[in-house]
Design a protein around this ligand. Sequence first.
Ligand code: BES
Ligand code: ZN
Ligand code: ZN
Length: 503
Amino acid sequence: MEIKVISGDITEIQADAIIVNLFEGVEQPGGATGAVDEALDGAIAYLIKKGEIKGKFREISIIHTLGKLKTDKVAIAGLGKREDFTVDKIRDVSAEVCRKLRQLNCKRIATIVHGAGIGGIEPEASAQAIVEGSLLGLYNFRRHITKKPEEGDIEEMLIVERDEIKLRSLEKGCYRGKVIAEATNLARDMTNEAANYMTPENMAQVAQKLATEYGLEVTVLEREEMENMGMRALLGVALGSRQPPKLIVLSYRGDETSKNSLGFLGKGITFDSGGISLKSAEGLEEMKGDMAGGAVVMAALAAIAQLKPKINAMAVVPATENLPGGNAFKPGDILKAMSGKTIEVVSTDAEGRLILADALCYAKKQGLTPLVDVATLTGACRVALGDVCAGVFGNNQELIDKIIKVSSKAGECLWQMPMFEEYKEQIKSEVADIKNVGSKYGGAITGALFLAEFVEDTPWVHIDIAGTARSDKEKGYTVKGATGFGVRTLVNLALTLAKNKED
Ligand code: BES
Ligand code: ZN
Ligand code: ZN
């Protein structure tokens, strides 16, 4: 879908549908909605009076203009109560209205800028949210469906603004929204992809492509180089698979004056069978998405490369399958990680922390700071927090606070989890420096504490996206399947850190 910002009057637009809005409780619409109402001889006000249009959040009403306007249809998007209005609601409403219009076979649509000026929402932020919501809400994954869809795509969306002074900032918001949404959809594509089409090698190919397209630097370490670097935790996990493991590194340089670089790490298990500690069959197909963290950090770098903040950033993705082959690592095995620490493998299904241990060590060796890892690490985190928010852990409260703040602005919800020392007892081993599994309880915490052992003093945050990486329902700008959760937080973090540096 092509998106353009234009100056003009929404009532004058020729399109398949125009989109206006309504807050709950408003009886006589004003502004652009009022102007459209007038052109329709009061049809909107009439339907409000009749109780058919309430302006409730996510309510979408369609009115046919029957020649009274140059547009065929008017969609009225309910914004809910004015006092509860947020930028994230703009994303949700934009997604819902776009899906509805796609269903009605609209090809060319136009919208006003929702909510700018309400509750301090800047026009730029509103335009960004409209674009993000629309592109995220219209996303689907049909790569392997050979039958043509019943509903075609919306081809063009115009964002229409009367006030010419605002155009520049609307365009800025629109561009940022497009870059961020497309990156999120890239992460979704990679995560939704079947494991036989998204092997570690395929992930490395995506990285190469992103590098060429956006001018990033790419390095892919092969098994032999990993062996030379002593990454025997990562290589241990890879033993059971025929697919060669890869350590994928993408880097962006936006600040040549600085040696510092942000480090984003993502778990890249392209299929997690559990290994010899085999998972049960039910829902196992979901484990093709165990590389969501890796996809997220790669996609975030693609967005950062386009938005060009004055900062350096690097994505590190350890990628491998976790399968129970004849050569597979086994419970009881001991692996020596790159840091020199030895790990007793209690469960081969706690593999994410093993590959991340070596990736963290590699990131530290590259001098990256601060470090942020994103991983579908533990079922326990999903049990604890559900699918609405991801768990965030870390060794630096200032950094945790900053990430929570930028994530909420981006419309992603993070909830801090504790890292109490007492839980460390659980991952003490009698035969090695540490073991990879604790007791039955507090599994998200012991997972984070395990990673912390390999981070040591570098400021670090761990985001456990096991609950949020996929959704089984369609709601607002979330669709079924992979969510791309994390991309918007990481991009926002890079933009904010760069901006703070300048100020
Ligand atoms: N990839 C899984 C975690 C997961 C579970 C992600 C459900 C998304 C949805 C991870 O590798 C795993 O299997 N973790 C184990 C750890 C346990 C053995 C300590 C788990 O959560 O059961
Ligand atoms: Zn596992
Ligand atoms: Zn896993």
